[in-house]
Design a protein around this ligand. Structure first.
Ligand SMILES: *[C@@H]1O[C@H](CO)[C@@H](O)[C@H](O)[C@H]1NC(C)=O
Ligand SMILES: *[C@@H]1O[C@H](CO)[C@@H](O)[C@H](O)[C@H]1NC(C)=O
Ligand SMILES: *[C@@H]1O[C@H](CO)[C@@H](O)[C@H](O)[C@H]1NC(C)=O
Ligand SMILES: *[C@@H]1O[C@H](CO)[C@@H](O)[C@H](O)[C@H]1NC(C)=O
Ligand SMILES: *[C@@H]1O[C@H](CO)[C@@H](O)[C@H](O)[C@H]1NC(C)=O
Ligand SMILES: *[C@@H]1O[C@H](CO)[C@@H](O)[C@H](O)[C@H]1NC(C)=O
Ligand SMILES: *[C@@H]1O[C@H](CO)[C@@H](O)[C@H](O)[C@H]1NC(C)=O
Ligand SMILES: *[C@@H]1O[C@H](CO)[C@@H](O)[C@H](O)[C@H]1NC(C)=O
Ligand SMILES: *[C@@H]1O[C@H](CO)[C@@H](O)[C@H](O)[C@H]1NC(C)=O
Ligand SMILES: *[C@@H]1O[C@H](CO)[C@@H](O)[C@H](O)[C@H]1NC(C)=O
Length: 622
């Protein structure tokens, strides 16, 4: 009997079993049950992994065909979504599974990501090497000179197939497309308006409206930051040709904005999230994407940075209008849904990006430059691998006197994260850096938004943030078009509440200030609730009390993922039976910002007792 057989029978209530196997089965079941009761369900996950690995060993085609077939039969998604998502992402997942050692660091992370089982493995200790020790200099004081403006927008997710009048209430991850004749304009009781819908990605009309608003609200902006995600979330039917078109089109529409610095979102790749690190030597490569980004970015970032970007999507460039260096990172190289990263032994520094970042920051420090770091995924999220997050936070800490601020997107929400020199002693004195997370333009998680930062022209420290929104819930939105209004100013909202109050327009919103704001959130419920509502621009605001509030504040205080208080929610729940353990569906995490559809599909299928086991048996017989 093969290993997987012994293991799977421990989980499933299987039919005819030999006596020996039945004994084996029972022992494994009680072992797993003990694990479950002590909340270390790695063994249960490993049993599922053996089955998935068994399928992957039959080859990419068998893996994709089998998962697709049961996805359709089990109605885990519409059949076109099953076929598309599994067809695109399946081969990468199968490749990782074939290489994977069960019970390794890699397999534990796979278990957390796919099935919500297994506790987080400890961060593998690694000290980033720095060319010189941290100097005693600290953040420079504000210059007091007349401030400049910096625009930030993110996650535009423009859907070229959006059709006014089509069904906004469909069965797929995004709607407002005429998927079927019933969804077509004129045939549906749920016609989408011309300027977007919360169940859909953004129409072109909304994108154009936002750029026009940016030009009229901040006509003198010195620079613009776009933190990625151009392509719509119809991830089951993306391809390179269409993504290239979407990317080139969006950048040509952005060309009227001032000095745009951009970064690659996880949705820019096809398959979604698929950014192979350079060491993989994979036959699949993102060169097509890096080439396209490079040529779109060249006018803003210059030819040498555009050349550098071709390596792995990152670049470092000098802002022509002041003493600022902009470093754009490819954070997809630390994203848990980039399935290329689940290598047998996971790399400490995929594509060498961290070593490159150290070099860039060291030369910025040597040259007395200020630095903005921009990227798509904030590194303190549970979307980021804890190892990469730890190592990058070491770098942020080392160069905290040089980095003026960091800017990200991805969550679609209005948030921030604080980096500390000591995460077990989170005080305003230990707060070293602030990560600004810009809200999305796509209206699927709240009204479309962008921000204008007021910035010191010498230190590039952020003095204030004003967020603008187009209120999609306003009754005239679809008839009159988006009206862009000031939503709130961070300094006006929070400045008077910290002690001492920070209301001087020339004062910087320092890491210490943001730490003090989180202290206000702990003691002043009204202010915390206002913050919580602002995350989604007042849209669909749930209640957040008790542990919700504690974990929100914990996340704000974690620019390193291991300190963000994320709790793993089991994607599979287990019930003890005489014959063994019975599986059923637990919590399948679904984020608006996540790309993968194959992941939740696999989670749902794995939760069905016996389904994958039967499929494997059948596939082996073929
Ligand atoms: C990292 O540096 C610390 C302090 O110097 C040291 O105690 C630790 O052993 C180092 N860790 C590794 C993995 O080298
Ligand atoms: C979507 O359609 C279902 C029936 O198919 C209906 O019950 C539901 O209220 C609709 N949702 C919206 C947001 O209109
Ligand atoms: C609307 O539905 C009718 C009947 O099913 C169909 O013939 C027609 O093509 C549909 N309209 C569109 C635009 O698809
Ligand atoms: C790529 O996707 C687009 C939009 O779904 C589709 O029209 C086109 O046929 C696809 N191209 C290829 C080569 O698959
Ligand atoms: C990739 O290619 C390089 C150079 O040919 C080689 O050193 C490296 O071991 C290869 N990596 C893998 C994972 O095969
Ligand atoms: C990195 O991990 C080590 C444990 O290996 C931990 O002591 C340290 O606090 C972490 N640092 C950051 C910045 O996350
Ligand atoms: C971090 O803070 C804790 C709690 O105050 C303290 O025990 C620890 O020594 C500090 N670590 C460092 C590296 O200063
Ligand atoms: C958006 O409009 C709705 C409906 O008029 C209103 O209830 C809501 O308060 C508005 N949101 C904001 C942030 O102004
Ligand atoms: C933060 O709060 C402390 C008191 O807890 C205060 O001494 C400090 O000046 C405040 N700093 C800022 C920037 O708000
Ligand atoms: C905090 O405010 C919310 C919203 O007003 C309310 O539901 C909740 O009960 C308050 N919590 C506490 C602890 O006062």
């Amino acid at each position: 009997m093969k290993v997987w057989n012994a293991v799977y029978t421990g989980l499933a209530i299987a039919g005819s079993l030999s006596c020996a196997a039945a004994v084996e089965k029972k022992d494994l079941a009680s072992e797993i049950w003990a694990d479950i009761e002590s909340a270390t369900t790695c063994a249960a996950c490993d049993a599922v992994l053996e089955i998935l690995k068994g399928l992957a060993d039959l080859g990419d085609a068998a893996f994709v065909d089998t998962i697709t077939e049961i996805c359709i039969l089990a109605k885990a998604e519409d059949s076109d979504v099953c076929t598309g998502a599994v067809g695109l992402e399946g081969p990468i997942i199968a490749q990782s599974l074939r290489e994977m050692t069960i019970s390794s660091h890699t397999s534990q992370l796979f278990c957390i990501t796919f099935l919500g089982l297994c506790p987080y493995p400890d961060v593998t200790p690694y000290n980033v090497t720095f060319p010189s020790p941290k100097p005693s200099t600290t953040r420079p004081a504000v210059s007091g000179q007349s401030p400049i403006q910096v625009v930030h927008f993110s996650d535009i997710h423009v859907d070229p197939f959006y059709e006014t009048g089509s069904n906004y209430n469909c069965t797929k991850p995004i709607c407002c497309r005429p998927y079927t004749p019933d969804d077509a304009p004129g045939n549906t009781s749920y016609p989408a308006g011309p300027y977007g819908n919360t169940k859909c990605d953004a129409p072109l009309s909304l994108e154009e409206s936002m750029y026009a608003a940016i030009k009229s609200i901040a006509p003198n902006a010195a620079l613009t930051i776009f933190t990625g995600d151009i392509v719509d979330r119809g991830v089951w039917e993306v391809n390179e040709t269409q993504n290239l078109k979407d990317i080139n089109d969006a950048y040509s529409r952005m060309s009227g904005l001032t000095q745009v610095y951009s970064t690659a979102g996880n949705h820019e790749a096809s398959p979604v999230n698929a950014f192979p690190p350079t060491a993989l030597n994979s036959s699949v490569s993102d060169q097509w994407l890096y080439n396209a980004l490079s040529s779109n970015w060249e006018t803003s970032i210059g030819s040498s940075a555009a050349q550098e970007e071709l390596n792995f999507g990152a670049y470092s460039t000098k802002f022509p209008g002041g003493n600022l260096r902009v470093i754009s990172l490819n954070t997809n190289l630390y994203y848990k849904e980039n399935f290329w990263l689940y290598e047998k032994t996971m790399e400490t520094d995929p594509s060498g990006q961290l070593a490159w970042l150290v070099n860039e920051l060291q030369s910025a420090e040597d040259n007395g430059e200020r630095v903005y770091i921009i990227g798509h995924m904030p590194m303190g999220l549970s979307d980021a691998f804890r190892d990469g997050s730890n190592y990058s936070d070491q770098i942020v800490n080392r160069y905290s006197a040089t980095i003026a601020a960091l800017f990200f997107g991805h969550t679609h929400q209005d948030q921030f994260q604080i980096a500390y020199s000591n995460y077990t002693d989170q005080t305003y004195q230990n707060a070293v850096e602030v990560t600004y997370i810009g809200p999305a333009m796509t209206p699927s998680s709240g009204p479309a938004a962008f921000r204008v930062y007021t910035v010191d022209p010498v230190t590039f420290g952020v003095l204030d943030i004003t967020t603008y929104i187009a209120n999609i819930s306003s009754p005239d939105y679809q008839t009159d078009g988006p009206v862009w209004e000031e939503y709130y100013s961070a300094k006006a909202a929070y400045g008077p509440l910290v002690d001492p109050p920070l209301t001087d327009p020339a004062a910087e919103l320092t890491p210490a200030f943001w730490h003090n704001v989180t202290t206000v959130f702990e003691s002043n419920n009204d202010t915390f609730q206002q913050y919580y509502a602002r995350k989604s621009r007042g849209w669909n605001v749930g209640s957040c009390d008790g542990t919700c509030q504690t974990s929100e504040i914990c996340q704000l205080r974690a620019a390193a993922a291991e300190y963000n208080c994320a709790v793993i929610k089991p994607g599979i729940s287990f019930r003890k039976r005489d014959e063994g353990l019975e599986r059923s569906l637990g919590h399948v995490e679904e984020n608006v910002c996540e790309g993968s559809r194959a992941r939740p599909i696999i989670a749902r299928l794995a939760a069905r007792d016996g389904l994958l086991e039967d499929a494997l048996r059948k596939a082996r017989r073929k």
